[in-house]
Design a protein around this ligand. Structure first.
Ligand SMILES: [Cu+2]
Length: 283
């Protein structure tokens, strides 16, 4: 981090923890310094004009106005810098996020299902296959509506509030929502996306630093929006495997199919997950 990055700290940005985030930080830094330069430049020009063309010196109005081309050149330079920022940096960076998803085998795919007011996660389990979900199966013990008759869903892991991911591996989060529009925002990963009912919107990032990071909802989604927070824990591969094992045990292997372990295994996992998630972000 160079001294330019100070402006990001000043703005309250958490330190970046993803592989692409530094590029976004550079654009934000540059934009703010550029805006500061424009602000002071135009302010100085305004004061200069007030003094230079004051009434006492120019009692009669000059209807021809400025004759030199300086202001045109200045304006053109500003437009040029803005065009370079947009076409040269911002749009290519955005295009890499939305067009160049990591190939299937490398990436870890997680389904994020937002609801008022928490984020649920659906992981495919050891078979790597997501079980079918249907709104008709949604209940307190089956918050995502996993189809109990789908064999692919037997080993699926469903959790909420806190998600663990391994470090240095691309993560694809497919976002959807059960009720209203939410926004799954990971400030430290410099990524986010709207979670819209009826849509599956993928976002991707590669975490490069282990640790605990804040997850927030970035769309005003109702009265409890302020508390719609969670935790993303970036683990070493060993810690991640341990967490997966623990979650699989808590899910009882087949949470929607087995009636007795299911409400028991599912409920405590969902209920304390949200409070468990809030102490780490500091709320
Ligand atoms: Cu929300």
């Amino acid at each position: 981090m160079n001294s330019l990055a100070l402006i990001n700290e000043f703005l309250g940005q958490p330190p970046n923890a993803s592989s692409h985030g530094y590029q976004i930080d550079h654009i934000i830094e540059f934009c703010h310094w550029f805006m500061a330069a424009l602000f002071f430049g135009w302010s100085a020009f305004f004061v200069f004009v007030l003094i230079r063309f004051r009434k006492r010196v120019h009692p009669a109005a000059d209807h021809l106005g400025v004759r030199s081309g300086i202001s045109t050149h200045l304006e053109f330079s500003v437009v040029l810098i803005e065009a370079v920022l947009l076409l040269g940096f911002a749009i290519p960076l955005w295009a890499r996020r939305v067009n160049q998803f990591p190939p299937g085998k490398d990436a870890l795919v997680v389904h994020v299902v937002a609801q008022q007011f928490n984020f649920n996660y659906h992981l495919p389990g050891p078979d790597g296959q997501f079980g079918r979900r249907d709104v008709g199966f949604v209940s307190n013990s089956n918050p995502l509506g996993l189809d109990p008759n789908d064999p692919a869903g037997k080993d699926d892991i469903v959790t909420s509030g806190e998600l663990h991911v391994p470090v240095n591996r691309p993560i694809v989060a497919e976002l959807s929502s059960k009720d209203v529009i939410h926004d799954y925002f990971l400030p430290a990963m410099r990524i986010g996306g709207d979670a819209i009912p009826g849509s599956l919107i993928p976002i991707w990032f590669t975490p490069v630093k282990t640790g605990s990071y804040e997850v927030i909802c970035a769309q005003l989604c109702g009265l409890g929006h302020y508390g719609m927070k969670g935790t993303l824990v970036v683990d070493t591969p060993q810690d991640y495997q341990a967490w997966l094992k623990e979650r699989a045990e808590l899910s009882g292997g087949a949470q929607p199919a087995a009636p007795s372990p299911s409400p028991g295994g599912q409920q405590p996992q969902n209920k304390p997950a949200a409070p468990a998630a809030s102490p780490s972000p500091g709320g």
